[in-house]
Design a protein around this ligand. Structure first.
Ligand code: PEP
Length: 256
């Protein structure tokens, strides 16, 4: 049984003071939520303060990126041991990092392996562009991303990975995949490929979030789909009210 997981990706938003206020608000409104795993992913400069606010709560903390090397001459980067001090999760291969910062399936694979080595849960993002979607290339492209991300990863490690299927055209656009389409892509482009790489048990154990303009209104329609195990939320994770409503609506939908 896969435990649903909803994470907020704050992206390049929130100063320390703003992040602390948001985290403190969420700690209050989301107290007692146990049926859904929860996390927020602040920017690196805010991780430490948010970690302190959420210490001992039911809300985990994730970084938005990290290098795969433990240390070295990589100006501006943060390393796995640095993340490990402050966070339990790390987002890897977000489409914005692939698009603007040159991330490739190879760097995603290096980061995924590094996260697992250091006991950090990776949230690995995959998803197709609008052009690929229109050209009918989604299944092949996302399948390639999965094969690249998991290259050389053992089955025992693979089950620790969280995936986020995020069609790029749905991120921050107000557009979403239909729940049925997202569920089908996760089935055929992700779980079926994981069956090929590993086996059915591994494919069924790995949690896959949906991401792309998730909000309080549409969350329930995604969380009830058989292959969708929660959400990676961008814009709607930046306010206490909207992130809380997403979590509460997901809980209500799961209880029906
Ligand atoms: C994201 O950045 O991962 C994301 C899904 O953003 P939004 O919810 O704003 O579309």
């Amino acid at each position: 049984m896969r435990k649903p997981f909803i994470a907020g990706n704050w992206k390049m938003n929130k100063t320390v003071a703003e992040g602390v206020a948001l985290a403190a608000g969420l700690r209050e409104t989301l107290t007692g939520v146990v049926d859904i795993e929860l996390a927020v992913c602040p920017t690196a400069t805010v991780l430490s303060a948010v970690r302190d606010v959420l210490d001992g709560s039911n809300i985990g903390v994730g970084a938005q990126n990290m290098h795969w090397k433990a240390s070295g001459a990589f100006t501006g980067e943060i390393s796995p041991p640095m993340v490990k001090e402050l966070a339990q999760y790390v987002i890897i291969g977000h489409s914005e990092r692939r698009q603007f910062f040159g991330e490739t399936d190879e760097t995603v694979n290096c980061k995924l392996e590094a996260a697992l080595t250091y006991g950090i849960t990776p949230i690995v993002c995959i998803g197709e562009s609008l052009e690929q979607n229109k050209a009918g290339e989604t299944v092949a492209f996302v399948g390639r991303q999965i094969r690249g991300a998991f290259a050389g990863v053992s089955a025992a490690d693979a089950v620790k990975v969280v995936l986020a299927y995020e069609p790029i055209w749905a991120i921050g656009s107000g557009l979403t995949a239909t729940p049925e389409d997202a569920d089908r892509i996760i089935r055929v482009a992700i779980r079926d490929v994981l069956v090929e790489l590993y086996d059915v048990a591994v494919a069924e154990a790995i949690r896959v979030q949906y991401g792309g303009s998730v909000n309080a209104e549409n969350m329930a329609t995604f969380i009830v789909m058989p292959n969708i195990d929660g959400a990676l939320v961008g814009g709607a994770s930046l306010k206490v009210d909207s992130f809380t409503a997403i979590v509460k609506n997901a809980l209500a939908a799961l209880r029906v």
